[in-house]
Design a binder for this molecule. Sequence first.
Ligand code: C2E
Ligand code: CA
Ligand code: CA
Ligand code: CA
Length: 275
Amino acid sequence: AKEDGRGVARFFQADMDAKVQARRELEMDLRAALVRGEFELHYQPVVAVESGEVSAFEALLRWRHPTRGMVPPDRFIPVAEQVGLIVPIGEWVLRTACREAANWPATIRVAVNLSAVQFKGGKLAAIVASALAEAGLAPRRLELEITESVLLRDSDSNLNHLNQLRALGTRISMDDFGTGYSSLSYLRSFPFDKIKIDRSFVKDVAGSQGDGAIVRAVAGLGTSLGMITTAEGVETREQLARVVADGCTEIQGYLFGRPVPAGEVQDTLERIRLM
Ligand code: C2E
Ligand code: CA
Ligand code: CA
Ligand code: CA
């Protein structure tokens, strides 16, 4: 049994070493990616229910890796957050999104995802202000999406930052609503402009009575608090009909369009106008 134990320990050690090694490689690759310009933003349309037109595009980060192809964000953002690289990467995202959105019609906003790590260090508001000024983008056209992790840790200091961002004139959205532990209490701690109802509730909105009731309740709550409520991950006409009936005021999902490179934003606008 003793022998076995050592064998298992050695096995885990080797496994750990491999994991540490893979992470180090990913970290080095990420550093190089920023310098080599391997990141790009893809934009997914968000449609306003009332007008049936695009109100915004959400900027979603993509990594065009020279050998591994297009790497999705879930594969590298967690490591970028752990090693702090999300700070310079996030700054690149903000500057690029503002610059690209400045070429769109003035009625269209751009939404950028912020990591909780970007709130550390106290420079976020200055970076956002300079990204807006550099691009000549009106602050009202920038939406900043945060998840509850921003309000979970260092919440006093982060709330202070959120207020600074709001003071610049940007809009603040609560992303992935309903997936955390106490989403409702976060609605009380900050006056969000928008609630994005997580895709997991929209998925079964037509099939499960419970999910339908939740979407309806959140949409009602958001509306009575003066917030926009966006249904995420709408893929079918049936889901669209349900979330609209449930009172959501904006729709995002593959039904209206997948994220596209910046060069396809105009085409997407025209295609949705004709829908
Ligand atoms: P998110 O902010 O919740 O973004 C929505 C995700 O759902 C995107 O995945 C989008 O492509 C996907 N999606 C949209 N509509 C549908 C649909 O109808 N069906 C399905 N199955 N999926 C849909 P993506 O682009 O892979 O991004 C994943 C996550 O990575 C994002 O989730 C966000 O948390 C993070 N992320 C992306 N870009 C950035 C960034 O620039 N900075 C930070 N900090 N995080 C980012
Ligand atoms: Ca988001
Ligand atoms: Ca989301
Ligand atoms: Ca998410």
